[in-house]
Design a protein around this ligand. Structure first.
Ligand SMILES: [Zn+2]
Length: 360
């Protein structure tokens, strides 16, 4: 095998991954008789290759030993900003292999498959799910929950009828009650209505993807500045394009129904315009907070709403149960498809690798 590692990597770096997937014979030519161990060597030597975004491997399923050595390679274990994932051909990846390796790969994202069996990619997703714990980041919608001072309340009304045996209720609520997302159109003054992005035109995958969790709950400032954000990046790796960012101010701990929830709607913290601009520069897909708003209470200009929503970056508010999350999770959330909607409740969940859960 021992083809020159550099030539293999050079080859992969110059070919688009999707064309490789469509043309497996080109892969065969690139890999020759490469086995897993050989690829580990090649990958380790590719760590500084600026243009490489995907490694492509054929035949992991046939080589557990090779898979493990690949998983231990420094490129996978250290964060490489340009490292986007691994494309596997020929077979299953998850379930058979060491969970630390699997979650390590998943954290780095995208995978593609080339298989004649259409069930195969689905079984990989199902097996991958087993590697994660599902955390619910959503407050319960119920009467008496805290609500923004200028908004309406949440009502859950009896809608049963004597001529219908079904148990049913009618919901009457504000779009921005509970754990919810703001559509871009929520804050776009000075822009014609036709240019507003309301919820019905927001793509369904907008809130699905990797998310950075920034925990400032130990000592939450009233107004988070960009210095804190940069400090977090220094310790945890740069926020990448397409990531969501979730701020944990510890505010979700104040969530209560009734009068006990009063503290939640007073003096909540937020981020300043510098943070919003920085996240815009990073090209994040969405920004979340456990507070009533991403801008702090009393903000007259709402700079974070203005900056982010104007540029199509969604804002999630009133997020729950953010304590104890690792610095990076996989976020899955979806708003209701409301025509002309400025906001909608979401069920937000985070997938947390079990390997991280167990402190590995
Ligand atoms: Zn809102």
């Amino acid at each position: 095998m021992q083809r020159g590692s550099a030539s293999l990597i050079d080859h992969l770096a110059t070919v688009r991954t999707d064309s490789l997937v469509r043309e497996p014979e080109r892969l065969d030519a690139a890999f020759g008789e490469t086995d897993g161990n050989g690829l580990a060597d090649a990958t380790a030597s590719a760590g500084d290759h600026d243009n490489l975004t995907f490694y492509v491997h054929k035949g992991f399923a046939s080589s557990d030993a090779g898979f493990r050595s690949f998983g231990q390679c420094p490129c996978l274990l250290q964060s490489k900003p340009r490292f986007r994932g691994v494309v596997f051909l020929d077979g299953l990846l998850f379930g058979k292999h060491d969970s630390a390796v699997s979650s390590c790969l998943v954290r780095r994202g995208t995978m593609s498959f080339h298989s004649k069996d259409s069930r195969e990619p689905l079984s990989v997703i199902a097996a991958a799910f087993d590697q994660f714990e599902v955390r619910d980041l959503t407050h319960i919608l119920e009467e008496g929950i805290p609500y923004f001072p200028t908004h309406g309340r949440f009502y859950h009304l009896d809608a049963s009828r004597s001529d219908d045996p079904a148990v049913m209720f009618q919901i009457l609520m504000h779009e921005h009650n509970g754990t919810h997302v703001d559509a871009p159109a929520h804050f776009m003054s000075g822009v014609p209505d036709s240019d507003h992005d309301f919820l019905h035109s927001v793509p369904p995958d907008k809130l699905i993807g990797p998310a950075a969790v920034i925990d400032v709950s130990k000592n939450p400032p009233h107004l988070l500045t960009v210095e804190s954000l940069l400090k977090w990046e220094k310790a945890n790796g740069a926020i990448e394009p397409g990531e969501a960012v979730i701020f944990n101010f510890g505010w979700h701990r104040k969530w209560r129904t009734g009068i006990e929830g009063k503290a939640f709607v007073e003096q909540w913290p937020g981020v300043d315009r510098g943070v919003a601009k920085c996240l815009l520069d990073r090209r994040v897909r969405a920004v979340g907070t456990d507070c009533l708003g991403l801008d702090c209470s009393g903000s007259a200009e709402n700079p974070a709403h203005d900056c982010l929503l104007r540029n199509g970056i969604l804002i999630m508010e009133n997020m729950a149960a953010l304590d104890g999350l690792p610095q990076r999770v996989f976020l899955i959330a979806a708003p209701l498809k409301i025509r002309g909607g400025s906001g909608s409740p979401i069920r937000a969940i985070a997938l947390v690798p079990k390997a991280v859960e167990n402190g590995r």
